[in-house]
Design a protein around this ligand. Sequence first.
Ligand code: C5P
Length: 247
Amino acid sequence: MQTPNKNCHDKLIFALDLGEDIGEAIRWVDLLKDHVGMFKVGKEAFTRFGIPIVSSILERGGDVFLDLKFHDIPNTVAKAAEAAVKLGISMFNIHALGGREMMERAVDSVNNTARVMSIDPPVLLAVTVLTSLDDSDLEGIGFGCSTRELVLRLAMSAKDAGVSGVVASPQDIIPIRKACGKDFIIVTPGIRLDNNVTGDDQKRVLTPRDAISMGADYIVVGRPIRLADDPAVAADRISEEISKGLA
Ligand code: C5P
């Protein structure tokens, strides 16, 4: 049965970073599919379980955000994008650092493949600067600018290339929204309710309500749902917070 907060839980993406075996991952899908809008399948789950994890989610009526962050030469990323669209996923991502041509080829590939298949194209997002990198890391790599400057430059470049949006850390939501406009999609991880997650490695966090009211379109949540006593109740609580953020 669907929860009443349909529109709000559509904005909630559950990070499926778990499971020693595919059966365990699928049990989480069964538990949460009526309480979240999408399941994020990242490099860990995809490398471990392969395409069957994607098809199992789709067979159960769930939607998939394929978080594989493609970064390669334009031709390879265009072909990978075509393959991603053919999986039937709703959202996937590429690295903006792959360059303008790579992003444009990915956009063309998504649109052409969706047209041939007569389906709506999935949302294509760009990752700008990994949040594990700070200003001194960028200097060490050879960039002569701050992470904030690079995030904004890459977000604007992604927008110009026709990419639909970005994955952005909580502190970048407002500047990206200002630079890229209201239709640019912002997906934000680093979400926490008031309870702390034990041994947490997220340094910059926001509540679901604050992330949405600051301008995030979707939030990605893992441990606050996964470690809750009742994960479905925790997901519903987050949807309620989203509705307050929208209000
Ligand atoms: O458990 P938690 O809510 O921190 O999970 C957040 C998810 O978002 C994880 O899949 C994590 O890899 C991902 N993520 C993140 N920070 C980023 C990009 C992705 O936490 N900058």
